[in-house]
Ligand binder design. Structure first.
Ligand SMILES: NC(=O)C1=CN([C@@H]2O[C@H](COP(=O)(O)OP(=O)(O)OC[C@H]3O[C@@H](n4cnc5c(N)ncnc54)[C@H](O)[C@@H]3O)[C@@H](O)[C@H]2O)C=CC1
Ligand SMILES: N[C@@H](CCC(=O)N[C@@H](CSC=O)C(=O)NCC(=O)O)C(=O)O
Ligand SMILES: [Zn+2]
Ligand SMILES: [Zn+2]
Length: 370
C-alpha cells in the first residue's frame, strides 16, 4: 500500500514528506494506522548523526498511537480496530530477559531492530524500489507502519491518540525512572537535571510518590513555571550559581540528593548528577542518551563512598503490561499530559517540531495524520 511518511535521507538534513510503499504484515506482525506521534529528543539525536545505530534513509518516530488495521498470520493478542501504542522496547514474555523479571530490556528482536529491519531481516518500507530503514522498530512518522505483535501495547478504546502517544516514550520514561528504576520513597530529596519532555515527567512522578525537595536544574529559565506546576520545589539555573554547581546542590539538599536524574544526554552533567548525591546512599539515574564516542567519568571514590550510578531505558517499563496502566492513570486524571504537549501540527510541519525543540520553545510537539 502507499503511505505518507517523513523520511530522513541523511544526517542533519530536514525530513521530507513522501509517499512510500509499505508491505503487508507478515507472520506475527500487525499493520497499524498511526494517528499521532510525539517528537522526542532521541529522534533529533539520531537525525543529528550522533547515534551509532543511526541509519539512513529511515522513517524516524517512536512515540506514536494508532489503530490496528490488519494482522498477520499467527497474531492472537490483537485484532483490527484495537487502539494501540507501538513499543520500541518489546515484551515477548519468553526471552531470558523477560523471564528474569530483573529488566524490561526484552532482547527478542533487539538485533534486527538496531539494524533498521523487521525480525525476518527485511524492511517493509521502500520508495522507488529503494529500501527505507525502520527506526527503533516503530517508525511512527508515517501514517501506517508495521510492527511485531510483541512490540504493541493494546490500550483502552476511549484514549485520545494526540495525548497518549506521549506515553509511547516520554511519559513512561520519566515516570518509570522514578517508580521502577530508582524506586523513590516518600520524603526523599530529588534533583532533576533537564526540565524537558522527560525531566518534567520525572518531576510529576517524584511528586506522586511523595518526595520532599524536588530540585530542577536547567539552563533555560523559561522551563521554571511549568516545572513548578508539575511539582518542582526549587529551581537552579547553573548559569546563575556562583562557584561549582555540585557543592551548591549538596548544600541545598542538606547533604546531597537521595536520588538524581540526568535528563539531558550530557556526560559532564551526568558526572554532576552523580556527585551531587548523598554520601552513603544517593542514587543517580542516567536517562539522557549521549552521542557515539562520549564517555562518563568520576572518581571511583564517589562510588566507594556509597553513591550508586544506574541507567534507565523506557523507565524500566514492560510495555505490554505497564503502558495500558499508564494510559489508565492519564484517563483517571492521576497524571498530567495535556500541559506538556505544547504544540500540535500536521505531519507536513514536522521540521517545525525539531526547530521548536532546538530553540527550547517546546516541551512536546505532537504531529498528527488526517
Ligand atoms: N533512556 C531513555 O529511555 C530515554 C532517553 N531519552 C533522552 O533523554 C534526554 C532528554 O530528552 P527530552 O526531555 O525529550 O529533551 P528536551 O530537549 O525536551 O529537554 C532537555 C532539557 O535539558 C536542558 N539542558 C540542556 N543542556 C543543559 C545543561 N547543560 N544544563 C542543564 N540543563 C540543560 C534543556 O534546556 C531542556 O530543557 C535526551 O538525551 C533523550 O535522548 C529520551 C527518552 C527515553
Ligand atoms: N541507538 C542508541 C541507543 C539510544 C538509547 O539508549 N535508546 C533508549 C531509548 S531512548 C528513547 O527515546 C533505549 O531504550 N535504549 C535501550 C536499547 O536497547 O537501545 C545508541 O546506540 O547510543
Ligand atoms: Zn523517546
Ligand atoms: Zn523478551
Amino acid at each position: 500500500m502507499e503511505v505518507k511518511a517523513a523520511i530522513a535521507y541523511s544526517a542533519g538534513k530536514p525530513l521530507t514528506i513522501e509517499t512510500v510503499q509499505l508491505e503487508s504484515p507478515q507472520t506475527g506482525e500487525v499493520l497499524i494506522q498511526i494517528k499521532a506521534s510525539g517528537v522526542c529528543h532521541t529522534d533529533a539525536y539520531t537525525l543529528s548523526g550522533k547515534d551509532p545505530e543511526g541509519l539512513f534513509p529511515a522513517i524516524l518516530g517512536h512515540e506514536g498511537a494508532g489503530v490496528v488495521v490488519e494482522i498477520g498470520e499467527g497474531v492472537t493478542s490483537l485484532k483490527p480496530g484495537d487502539r494501540v501504542i507501538p513499543l520500541y522496547t518489546p515484551e515477548c514474555r519468553q526471552c531470558e530477559y523477560c523471564l528474569s523479571l530483573k529488566t524490561n530490556l526484552c532482547q527478542a528482536i533487539r538485533s534486527t531492530q538496531g539494524r533498521g529491519v523487521m525480525p525476518d531481516g527485511t524492511s517493509r518500507f521502500s520508495i522507488d524500489g529503494q529500501m527505507i530503514h525502520h527506526y527503533m522498530g516503530t517508525s511512527t512518522f508515517a501514517n501506517y507502519t508495521v510492527l511485531p505483535e510483541i512490540a504493541v501495547a493494546k490500550i483502552r478504546e476511549d484514549a485520545p491518540f494526540d495525548k497518549v502517544c506521549y506515553i509511547g516514550c516520554g511519559v513512561t520514561t520519566g515516570i518509570g525512572a522514578v517508580i521502577n528504576t530508582a524506586k523513590v520513597e516518600p520524603g526523599a530529596n530529588v534533583v532533576v537535571f533537564g526540565l524537558g519532555g522527560i525531566g518534567l515527567n520525572v518531576i510529576q512522578a517524584a511528586r506522586m510518590v511523595g518526595a520532599n525537595m524536588i530540585v530542577g536544574v536547567d539552563i533555560n529559565p523559561n522551563k521554571r513555571a511549568l516545572a513548578e506546576k508539575f511539582g518542582m520545589t526549587h529551581f537552579v539555573n547553573p548559569k546563575e550559581v556562583e562557584g561549582d554547581l555540585v557543592p551548591y546542590l549538596v548544600d541545598l539538599t542538606k547533604g546531597g540528593a537521595d536520588y538524581s536524574f540526568e535528563c539531558i544526554g550530557n556526560v559532564n552533567i551526568m558526572r554532576q548528577a552523580l556527585e551531587c548525591c548523598h554520601k552513603g546512599w544517593g542514587v543517580s539515574v542516567i536517562i539522557g542518551v549521549a552521542g557515539a564516542g562520549e564517555e562518563i567519568k568520576t572518581r571511583p571514590f564517589q562510588l566507594v563512598t556509597g553513591r550508586v550510578w544506574k541507567g534507565s531505558a523506557f523507565g524500566g517499563a514492560r510495555g505490554r503490561t505497564d503502558v495500558p496502566k499508564i494510559v489508565d492513570w492519564y484517563m483517571e486524571g492521576k497524571i498530567n499530559i495535556d500541559d506538556l504537549i505544547t504544540h500540535v501540527m500536521p505531519i507536513e510541519k514536522i521540521n517545525d517540531a525539531f526547530d521548536l525543540m532546538h530553540k527550547g520553545e517546546s516541551i512536546r510537539s505532537v504531529v498528527t495524520f488526517d
